[in-house]
Ligand binder design. Structure first.
Ligand code: F6P
Length: 280
């Protein structure tokens, strides 16, 4: 596992350089969900593939940017699902973006997720690892070294609310949940990038990030394998919870690696509110 974390660190340093220096324009390609790929999406994907495929314990790579799984080392142990540059359309307005990695064994189900990592490319580059019972934060220094900063733990209750999804497509019970949370004194924090939005909640002690089922998208938008499961594991390890409204996200199994799910990540108090709004 350690060598996988090291390869992710190397990828992050290369991707940071590409974000700072490369063209932010669109390519001619579309990914599986029909999004037109940015040149930076393709480059980040290539960088990660190059770095991770050198690791003997990596058996397969499943990228959010590719339709099919890539076989790497037949005798490898780990299957890695990753989103190379989540929120990439925010680069041209200079907002933070991220890379997300889920390291699985046997299949891409929540229960077989062994470790999770994400990288935030913001004013500073930070990397978070959820593994071995805890969540650790690292920060990149000017010598391209990631230094350990702290263990991340959520409070029982937070102050931030990050409600995703097109608001005029929210179901009435979801609308009421979000309104009640604001009436409770929570403050709006939503950049449109899952990585910085969830990172903010983790580092500010708690809150709620939601991306619900909507009338235009009953299965939500965020993908289980590449985005949802890694953050679900990190939230649980930090003492919070992650559910789809009713069920624990890590109990889900995608039928296809690109499957999406409604999702709620938060500290305990906020998830209690979600359950009472969603479970009849
Ligand atoms: O998965 C892509 C993504 O950009 C996430 O990072 C983010 O949370 C979400 O989409 C934002 O979606 P919307 O623009 O619908 O709020």
């Amino acid at each position: 596992m350690k060598e996988i974390f090291e390869a992710i660190k190397k990828s992050a340093i290369r991707i940071r350089y590409a974000i700072e220096n490369d063209d932010t324009g669109y390519s001619q390609n579309q990914n599986t969900t029909g999004d037109v790929q940015l040149k930076l999406d393709i480059k980040s994907d290539l960088i990660i593939e190059e770095e991770l495929s050198q690791i003997a314990s990596v058996k397969e790579l499943a990228s959010e940017e590719k339709e099919h799984i890539e076989k790497i080392h037949e005798d490898g142990k780990y299957l890695i699902g990753y989103d190379p540059l989540d929120g990439s359309s925010l680069v041209d307005v200079n907002l933070s973006v991220g890379s997300i990695f889920g390291i699985y064994e046997d299949d891409y189900s929540g229960k077989n997720l062994k470790a999770s990592v994400y990288v935030v490319y913001g004013p500073r580059v930070e990397l978070v690892i959820g593994y071995d019972g805890e969540v650790q934060l690292y920060r990149l220094d000017s010598n391209d070294k990631f230094n350990f900063i702290q263990v991340i733990n959520l409070n029982q209750k937070g102050k931030l609310n990050s409600p995703g999804g097109t608001q005029n497509c929210w179901h009435p019970h979801h609308k009421k949940l979000i309104e009640d949370i604001f009436l409770d004194g929570y403050r709006l924090r939503y950049s449109g990038g899952m990585v910085p939005d969830l990172h903010q909640i983790l580092l500010k002690g708690g809150g709620l990030f939601s991306y619900p089922a909507t009338s235009d998208n009953e299965k939500g938008k965020l993908r289980m394998t590449f985005e949802v499961f890694p953050f679900a594991q990190i939230f649980e390890l930090a003492g919070g919870e992650a559910i789809d409204g009713e069920r624990r996200l890590l109990d889900l199994t995608p039928l296809h690696i690109h499957d999406t799910t409604p999702c709620f990540f938060g500290s305990n108090e906020e998830i209690k509110k979600v359950k009472s709004a969603y479970v009849n």
